[in-house]
Design a protein around this ligand. Structure first.
Ligand SMILES: Cc1cc2nc3c(=O)[nH]c(=O)nc-3n(C[C@H](O)[C@H](O)[C@H](O)COP(=O)(O)O)c2cc1C
Length: 430
């Protein structure tokens, strides 16, 4: 019997082993081979063989579009915070500024969260005006099948409170999208309720069981740039930049009725960048005389801690209708309730009056807790930048007109402008 080479050289054995196997198998009879193959098959079945590691099916990430309309950065900051929370929940989230977004791509969005501020007299932020107009236009794309939620930011001192968010919310529903969470309208103390709303909304937006075969479809908003989390604003009202005042000069000559201050700030901090035309929010303090007047008018006990809060963190000037409503409830006064309940009566009373006028016109004794409960956080005041980083890389200049007027027999002052003009000087920080 001649020896046949039955084992190919490509077999997973060395040349010596292949030789040896050929010596045995090549000489074997059909009966011996049949026995050998059966034996080896049985051996393989009996001994567990190491399996290649199982590749888990890819975990599906749900595409989410977070759209914001912002002028001074609050909605923008909320949008970026939402992106972080969404990533933790497994969303593949993109943040879009309405200023860069294209309406035609909106029709492809499946999950949408909108953060929208109101400006002007109930208008959208200037930068978002084109997108907003396209959304309201008759040829806006249908949004059937999409799920959405809107958070509206505003200031209750304005008559058209949160108007832009309200309209966007109504329009998205009109275009066929389904509301995943009720619209939330927030005043200037928005940070905590906004975070809670975002968490709840993302949880209700996320489909309970996302099919593993689904693919992530990123909507291409044409010119729109989906912004990286790294592009989120480095400084905000919650995390303000502390800057040294390099110079603070009254540009108006003596005898001038106008009072315009040139403020130079050292802003050489990493992450702080601006373009000409940008606005910067100044975190100011209230006039201590007004704080004392408020304490006097409400009869609260004058402990230092309360005075500090009234000076630094609470809005003690704005007279809004929601505040009058709260005051009516707190005091149980029918005349204050009537004032809050009648839009025209309120408008006429509030014209050129401030919070202190409410307390002096409808006096009641309050305690510190009650007074603080009535007030909202002191908002930063916005000023347009009057310099360019091309010329002043490490500085920011502002032009601030000091606001002073007399109305209803009381001298009144703008919060931030007179904080700078009267109570700050070069070398101090802002
Ligand atoms: C000049 C000006 C006009 C505003 N108009 C309104 C308004 O009509 N209705 C409203 O609810 N809020 C109004 N606001 C308040 C803003 O909506 C609020 O400050 C909001 O937090 C700004 O958000 P943003 O930083 O994302 O732009 C106005 C604020 C400014 C400074």
């Amino acid at each position: 019997m001649s020896q046949h080479a039955l084992i190919p050289t490509s077999a997973p054995f060395s040349a010596v082993e292949i030789n040896a196997l050929n010596t045995v198998v090549g000489r074997s009879s059909p009966e011996q081979r049949a026995w050998l193959s059966g034996y080896l098959a049985g051996l393989a079945a009996a001994v567990p063989q190491p399996q290649p590691a199982a590749v888990p099916p890819p975990r599906e990430r749900v595409p989410l579009t977070i759209l914001y309309a912002s002028e001074s950065g609050n909605s923008e900051a909320l949008a970026f915070a939402a992106k972080k929370s969404a990533a933790k929940l497994g969303f593949d989230a993109r943040v879009l500024d309405m200023a860069d977004a294209d309406i035609t791509a909106l029709g492809k969005v499946r999950f949408l969260v909108v953060y929208a501020a109101t400006w002007g007299e109930g208008d959208p932020p200037q930068r978002a005006a084109d997108f907003y107009a396209a959304l309201m236009a008759p040829d806006a794309p249908r949004l059937d099948g999409a799920r959405f939620a809107v958070l509206a930011l505003g200031d209750s001192a304005y008559v058209n409170f949160c108007e832009t968010g309200r309209r966007i919310d109504a329009r998205l529903e009109q275009l066929g999208a389904t509301r995943a969470a009720d619209r939330l309208e927030l005043d200037l103390d928005f940070a905590r309720p906004a975070a809670q709303w975002t968490d709840g909304t993302l949880a209700s937006l996320k489909p309970a069981d996302t099919p593993s075969t689904a693919t992530v479809v990123h909507v291409d908003f044409q010119n729109a740039l989906a912004i990286d989390a790294d592009d989120a604003p480095a400084f905000s009202a919650e995390t303000p930049l502390e800057a040294e005042i390099i110079d603070l000069v009254n540009l108006s000559g003596t005898g001038s009725t106008r009072e315009t201050w040139h403020v130079e700030l050292a802003t050489d901090q990493p992450g702080f960048a601006y373009l000409p035309g940008d606005a910067i929010g100044v975190v100011a303090e209230n006039d201590p005389d007004l704080v004392a007047g408020l304490i006097d008018a409400t009869g609260v006990s004058n402990d230092g801690d309360l005075a500090k809060k009234l000076t630094r963190t609470l809005d003690i000037t704005t007279l809004s209708r929601p505040l009058v409503e709260k005051y009516a409830k707190l005091t149980g006064r029918g005349d204050v309730a009537a004032l809050a309940g009648d839009a025209e009566a309120f408008r006429s009373f509030a014209a050129d009056r401030q919070l202190i006028d409410l307390f002096t016109s409808y006096p009641e004794r309050l305690d510190g807790e009650q007074l603080m409960h009535l007030l909202r956080p002191l908002p930063p005041r916005l000023y347009s930048v009057a310099s360019s980083q091309v010329a002043h890389e490490c500085e920011t200049h502002l032009l601030v007109g000091a606001v002073r007027w007399n109305s209803h027999a009381r001298n009144r002052k703008g919060v931030a402008s007179t904080f700078l003009a009267d109570r700050r000087k070069a070398g101090e920080t802002l």
